[in-house]
Every structure is written in structure tokens, then in C-alpha cells.
Design a protein around this ligand. Structure first.
Ligand code: ATP
Ligand code: MG
Length: 777
């Protein structure tokens, strides 16, 4: 290979270049923030393509968000000097899993147009099942069960594989049974939840060796970013795909994990299980046929499949443990992939000296880490600043002023991000920015598509698209009001259950009987006929036109036109915007697909705007200026982790702080407020312990520009706390109780891979008692 090499290799350091050019066999890049891991992955794809080692459709490339996938595609185009035609398998675990599932839907008892349920749908369905089992929803909330099912799915556990003790832990021992019923119901509804996109995909592969083989053959190269945050289900899925294909007809047990419930795969490695046992399950997993077998005559490529898998990650940035991620996956890579080449990158290309030093010093307080060297050849730059404010409002005001100052100095606002620990913190900033007229975008916040009016409109479209989508139909059967109340819906449910048909078909049947009062019957018949008509129209009108017709004829638009509440006009605008947004898609199916899989909520990028997001959403991103508000005990680290026994939660919070700091290229600015109001209750707060863990040499204490301040005179002196004490002891217990509840439900784990899950976590993981024992200074 010529040393000069193609253009895209220029500028890579030797280690990066090795990671790019080692195309054969497994490669792990284990390296710190900003060392170019993602860049290596992108360059590697460019290299594979330009060397002709694979076609775009033969490369499986997993990113953590959709946005990251888009960016990667863009960069690829730049590297290769031409847009890449089709990289169908570049995306998140869930989007790729969903795509594969749709192709083979019938093998897992679904149809290819199956609906992807969101959390609300999921909860509504579970509520029904709890009711049917006479389980008290107050004592055993459906949401809690949804969380439990998610965590099982994250661990790759189908109903029969859930450990008995856990299955019995919910609903007087009925948790496992309801999980099974739930899975059955989903099939009848022609629906899948997020977790299913992977779990059902794994089942598909396990039960259909020929299908698995087809994909093993297809994917010549596998690349995974942010490998430290993969969960067990994602791991299993990758393991299946990265095996060399087996001989047709051969037992799958030879090559894939037969026992998904083995202790290791349940994430219990390192616990008391099998000490000293040489033959741990992973040895079995790793076993593959010594030579790739002849390929099935499937018309796929005749080349033997190779396990050319390249994963990149950083154990210090593992921040999704609460959602089932297994940092162990990355630490064990060379066991899983024998002969793996492990490459370390030590030069950070992102941050200035002070920022990198502060971040490195902070993360060194964690015990459970590999430890690594990071250096920068950049200037020291500005010190990391720490600013105290009287309260969160003043904090928002101070940051607002700084932003205006940056703007005046000619800084592009796209280079500015505000990273919060919990999504509730955003409101204050949003209010402030609106007041200042400062353009901002929320990434990872409540999405446009999550607004009630949008969800209603989507429910109509979903019902048209998939008549078996009961949840959608139920959502709008009486919206706007048509005299089809609970009794009618109950009747439809009874029919549907008895005859195992969708609600919509039940409605069609019921209007032929006299079980409903004439008025309701007439109204329901009209609705059924309307849907039939819309479905017929679908063939002849564009999907955008259809949407307009539906909103109009259903009376939905009119409902808001007549509404006198203050936000009705805004809702009508949103509905218009929804129709507009559909234009970007070829058809209704494509549009609905997109919505079910949208992960990042940055809306239309393009214009200059400050980015506002949670720390979790900021993973992998970088900004010149990063603002980090709310560094207070009980908020960051969160109260939940403070209440927890053991250090695991706290260490994950510290990694989150580390992720936050390492997003900054030139300026990192940390804030804390001494008072915070949550749900109308004031709490006195204590600055985060993470502040104490920053190296004095790289940090500058500044005073809030907002005025009153916390009286800080530089340094974390006792005077600061005297000051704090005087604000009394109005602890807000509701938050604390909520934190308790969260803890009790076993980590509050939500499904992996979807950003919206985060907000539900971060908001519920909200605020609480903020005092702790004597502070070590
Ligand atoms: P994170 O752990 O935060 O995801 P990362 O390791 O993926 O970080 P990248 O985002 O790939 O790091 O790179 C960080 C920054 O450094 C990017 O702006 C990237 O373009 C730049 N960079 C990486 N390698 C080089 C290089 N060899 N020369 C110049 N710039 C580089
Ligand atoms: Mg990266």
C-alpha cells in the first residue's frame, strides 16, 4: 500500500491510520474523548469503499443517534468527493433492527407495515392488560411495568427467559404473565415497541438460521460507534451478525448463544457467579467454524463472510448504565473477538489544555476505570469558569448575558451549547431566550411530534395506514366528540377480544348489531365509512392532501377552531406544520416510519441558534462554547445516585460530568445556584461535589453577572456555606419521594437507544432533598 495514500488519510496520526487501514479481523479503538474515534470510523468506511472491499449496502454501521448517522454520511461524501449512494445500513441499532424486522415481519407474526408504539401507547396497552387481570393500577402502575419490560428487553429476555424471581416481582407475581400477554397483544395489534425492534430481530435470527445467514453474508464490515454504551440486546444482535455464516441446516446452537439467560449475558459478570471457571459462556460464544462454510445459493455474494468488526468507545463515557448499557461489553472485546487488535489513541484534537486537564482530573476520581493518557497539542486557552448564582433564574439570566456578549463579539451561536442534567432545567432557559429574542433549539426536548394535537392527527393517519392499530383508533374514536364514550369503547374491546379482531373491525361488526344506542351506532357507522373512504382515497391522492382531507372531514381542525383556549391557534399552526413536514416523504408509510424512529429533536437545523440539551444527548458532539448549569448536589449528581448504596451511580454521574466538559473546544463554563425552585417550592442547595474535584490550577471562580450572587469571594471557602445555611431548610420532599419511587423500581431503566426515553428519566429523576452531611472542603 502506498504510504502517501488517498486524500482522506491525510492528517491522521499513525494510530488513527492503523485503525482505518486494518480492515481484516476485529479491531477495537479504546480511547478518550475527542481523540478522533468517530472520525476514524467514518474514514474507515471511506477506505473500505474506495478500496472496493465492499459496496455501500454491504457495510453495517451503527451510530448512537440518527443525527450522528446523517452527519457520518455527510462527512463520507466530503471525504470521497461525491455523495454516497445509499448506505442503507448506516443508522442506530433500533432503526436498523426495525428495518430488518420489516423485511421479515411475517416470520415474527407481524405484517411489514407494523406500527412502532411509543411509551404512551405502551402504557395504555399495559393498563388494559392490568385491568383484565384485576391488578390495581395505583399499586402497580402500568408505567412501572413498562419500565420493567423495557429493562428485560434491553437484556435480551423474552417472556420465557425472565428469571422467575423478577417476573414475580410485579403485580402479585403476575408480571411475567402480563409480559407474555403483552407480547401476544402486540402481534394482534400488528405493533412492536422500541425494545422489540431488537428483541424480535434477535428472535427472528435465532429461529430462522437462513435469514441470519443471509445477513451474515451481506455484511462484510461492521462498525460500531459508542460501543461502551451498548446493552445486552444490542450486544447479542451484534454477536449474531458478526459470526461467520454457518452451514445451511446446521444447528444454530453451534454458533450463537443458545442460552440468553446465562449469568454473563444477564450482565452479572464480575458478581459472585463462576469464579475460576475456565469455561465461561463467552468461550462458547466465541466459537465459530474454523473456515467459513460454502454459502447458501441465495444469490448473495459468493465471498466468504469475514468478521471484520470495528468498535470504538471510551469506558469513561459510559453514561447509559441506568438504561441497561454494559460497559463490560467494551472491556471484554478482545475475549469476545479473539485476535482483536486493540488500538489506543492518546491525542485529543478537540479541547484546549485547561479544559482537558479539568476533565481528566475530574474523571480520575472514579475508581472503576481503565485509566488512560490524554494529551493535547493545543494551547492552554481559557480556564474553566465556575460561577455561582442566587437562584436558577439568575443563573439563566447570567448565561443569557454571556450569550449576548458572545453574539456581540461575532461568535456564531451554532458554536454554543447549554447542557443540563435534567430536562426540567430547560424551561428557565427557554423562557429567558424567548425574552431576549435569542434563537435556540432544543435537542432531546419534547418533540413537535409529541404534542397532543400532532399525536391525534397521527393517530388518524396510523388508523388509515394500519387498520389493526387499535391504540391509534382508540385515541381518536371520540376526538372530536362523537358521542362514542367509554361504554362504546368498552363494547368494542369486548368484541375485539372475544373474536380476536382489531378494534376497527369490531366497530364495523358492532354497527351491524343493535348493541349500541341508535345515535352512537349512527355515529360509529359514519366513522367506519369515513375511514373506508379515506383508505380508498389513499390510492388516488397524495399523502399530504389526504392528511388535509382527513383533518378537515373528521372535524378535528374545526374542533380547535372552535376552541377558545389560549393555545388553540398555536395548535392549528402545528397541524399545518405537520402537513408541511409530510411533503418530505414519498408516502404515508414512509412518513409514519420516520416519525416512529425520529430520535433527535433538533428540528430544522440551519439557522444560527444556541443548542439546549441534556448531557446525555450531548454525547459525541462538540461545541466551541459549552455552558454547564446546575452543578448542585441533588441535581448533579442526582439525588437518586446520592441515595443509592455503592459508588456505581455516582461514578456514572461523574462520567456524565466528564462527558459535559469534554464537549467543549474552547470554553467550558460551569454554574451553580444556591436556591432552586421546583414545583413552586424553594430549596437551598449545595454546590456539587464535582466542583471540589476540579483542579484549582485550571479553574477560575467568577461572580455572577446577574447581581446578588452567592457572595463567593473566590475559592470554596466555609463562608460560602455559612451563606447557604441562612436560607433555611425548606426541603422539597415530593421530589425526594419520587426519587425513592424511582429507585424502588429498579434503576428506572428505560429502553435503549432512544433519546426520548431520556427525558422521561431525567424529568422524573428531578429534584429533591439537597442537603448532605458535612462537606469536605
Ligand atoms: P467522543 O469520544 O467525544 O465521541 P471522538 O473520539 O469520537 O470523541 P471525534 O469527534 O472523532 O472524537 O474527533 C474530535 C475532533 O477532533 C473532531 O473535530 C475531529 O475532526 C478532530 N480530529 C480528529 N482527528 C484529527 C486529526 N488527525 N487531525 C485533526 N483533527 C482531528
Ligand atoms: Mg465520537
Amino acid at each position: 500500500r502506498a504510504t502517501a495514500g488517498p486524500q482522506y488519510l491525510n492528517g491522521l496520526n499513525p494510530e488513527q491510520r492503523e485503525a482505518v487501514e486494518t480492515l481484516d479481523g476485529p479491531v477495537l479503538v479504546l480511547a478518550g474523548a475527542g481523540t478522533g474515534k468517530t472520525r476514524v470510523l467514518t474514514t474507515r468506511i471511506a477506505h473500505i469503499l474506495s478500496q472496493g472491499r465492499a459496496r455501500p449496502q454491504e457495510i453495517l454501521s451503527v451510530t448512537f443517534t440518527n443525527k450522528a448517522a446523517r452527519e457520518m454520511k455527510l462527512r463520507l461524501g466530503q471525504m470521497l468527493g461525491q455523495a454516497v449512494e445509499g448506505m442503507p445500513w448506516l443508522g442506530t441499532f433500533h432503526s436498523i433492527g426495525g428495518r430488518i424486522l420489516r423485511i421479515h415481519a411475517e416470520l415474527v407474526q407481524l405484517k411489514s407495515n407494523f406500527t412502532v408504539l411509543d411509551v404512551d401507547d405502551q402504557v395504555r396497552l399495559l393498563k388494559q392488560l392490568l385491568q383484565a387481570e384485576n391488578i390495581d393500577d395505583k399499586r402497580w402502575p402500568a408505567r412501572m411495568l413498562a419500565g420493567l419490560i423495557d429493562s428485560w428487553k434491553n437484556r435480551g429476555l423474552s417472556p420465557s427467559q425472565v428469571p422467575a424471581g423478577e417476573a414475580a416481582s410485579f403485580g402479585n407475581g403476575k408480571g411475567g404473565k402480563i409480559y407474555a400477554t403483552y407480547q401476544e397483544r402486540l402481534k394482534i395489534l400488528n405493533a412492536a415497541d422500541f425494545g422489540d425492534l431488537l428483541l424480535e430481530n434477535i428472535r427472528l435470527f435465532r429461529e430462522n438460521p437462513d435469514v441470519l445467514r443471509q445477513y451474515q453474508n451481506r455484511f462484510k464490515f461492521i462498525l460500531v460507534d459508542e460501543y461502551q454504551d451498548t446493552n445486552v440486546a444490542q450486544y447479542l444482535w451484534l454477536r449474531l451478525l458478526s459470526q461467520a455464516p454457518s452451514r445451511p441446516g446446521r444447528s444454530l446452537a453451534d454458533v450463537i448463544p443458545g442460552d440468553l439467560t446465562s449469568p454473563r449475558l444477564r450482565g452479572e459478570v464480575g458478581s459472585q457467579s463462576d469464579p475460576g471457571e475456565g469455561d465461561s459462556p463467552q468461550t462458547v460464544l466465541v466459537e465459530t467454524p474454523p473456515h467459513p462454510d460454502p454459502l447458501p445459493a441465495s444469490g448473495e455474494s459468493e465471498q466468504p463472510a469475514l468478521k471484520n468488526i470495528c468498535c470504538v468507545g471510551d469506558d469513561d463515557q459510559s453514561i447509559y448504565g441506568w438504561r441497561g448499557a454494559e460497559v463490560d461489553n467494551i472491556l471484554r472485546f478482545d475475549h469476545d473477538f479473539p485476535g482483536a487488535k486493540v488500538i489506543r489513541l492518546e491525542r485529543n484534537y478537540r479541547s484546549t489544555g485547561h479544559i482537558l486537564a479539568a476533565a481528566s482530573h475530574l474523571i480520575a476520581h472514579n475508581e472503576g476505570r481503565l485509566g488512560k493518557t490524554l494529551r493535547t497539542e493545543d494551547v492552554d486557552g481559557e480556564k474553566v469558569t465556575v460561577t455561582g448564582s442566587w437562584d436558577s433564574e439568575e443563573e439563566a439570566r447570567a448565561i443569557g448575558e454571556e450569550l449576548e456578549e458572545l453574539q456581540r463579539s461575532g461568535e456564531n451561536l451554532n458554536n454554543v451549547a447549554i447542557l443540563v442534567r435534567a430536562s426540567f432545567q430547560m424551561r428557565e432557559f427557554e423562557d429567558r431566550f424567548v425574552t431576549l429574542g435569542l434563537p435556540y433549539r432544543v435537542i432531546g426536548g419534547p418533540r413537535f411530534y409529541e404534542r397532543a394535537e400532532i399525536r391525534d392527527a397521527l393517530a388518524y393517519l396510523r388508523t388509515i395506514n394500519s387498520p389493526a392499530d387499535d391504540l391509534a383508533f382508540e385515541r381518536i374514536v371520540n376526538v372530536p366528540k362523537r358521542g362514542l364514550g367509554d361504554a362504546t369503547v368498552q363494547l368494542l374491546h369486548d368484541h375485539a377480544r372475544k373474536r380476536r379482531i382489531p378494534l376497527f373491525e369490531a366497530a364495523r361488526a358492532v354497527v351491524e348489531t343493535d348493541e349500541l344506542k341508535p345515535k352512537a351506532r349512527g355515529s360509529l357507522r359514519d366513522l367506519v365509512m369515513q375511514f373506508d373512504r379515506w383508505r380508498a382515497q389513499r390510492e388516488v391522492t397524495s399523502h399530504t392532501e389526504l392528511a388535509e382531507i382527513v383533518l378537515d372531514e373528521s372535524g378535528y381542525t374545526e374542533m380547535w377552531q372552535k376552541d377558545r383556549s389560549a393555545d388553540a391557534a398555536g395548535r392549528l399552526d402545528n397541524l399545518k406544520e405537520l402537513v408541511r413536514s409530510m411533503e418530505e416523504f414519498e408516502n404515508l408509510q414512509g412518513f409514519l416510519e420516520h416519525i416512529s424512529l425520529v430520535m433527535d429533536r433538533d428540528g430544522e437545523a440551519g439557522d444560527e441558534a444556541v443548542s439546549l440539551m441534556t448531557l446525555h444527548s450531548a454525547k459525541g458532539l462538540e461545541f466551541d462554547n459549552v455552558f454547564l448549569p446546575g452543578w448542585e448536589e441533588g441535581l448533579f449528581p442526582s439525588q437518586r445516585t446520592l441515595d443509592e448504596q455503592g459508588r456505581a451511580g455516582l461514578e456514572e454521574e461523574r462520567r456524565l460530568a466528564h462527558v459535559g466538559l469534554t464537549r467543549a473546544r474552547r470554553r467550558a463554563k460551569i454554574y451553580f445556584a444556591t436556591n432552586r425552585r421546583i414545583h413552586g417550592t424553594w430549596s437551598t442547595t449545595i454546590p456539587s461535589r464535582f466542583l471540589d474535584e476540579l483542579p484549582a490550577h485550571n479553574v477560575e471562580i467568577t461572580e455572577s453577572k446577574g447581581g446578588s450572587g452567592w457572595g463567593g469571594s473566590g475559592g470554596y471557602g466555609a463562608s460560602r456555606f455559612d451563606n447557604l445555611e441562612s436560607f433555611g431548610s425548606s426541603y422539597s420532599t415530593p421530589g425526594w419521594q419520587r426519587a425513592q419511587a424511582n429507585r424502588n423500581r429498579g434503576g428506572g431503566g428505560r429502553s435503549g437507544g432512544f433519546e426520548e426515553r431520556q427525558s422521561s428519566f431525567t424529568s422524573s429523576d428531578s429534584f429533591s432533598r439537597t442537603k448532605r452531611g458535612p462537606m469536605v472542603i
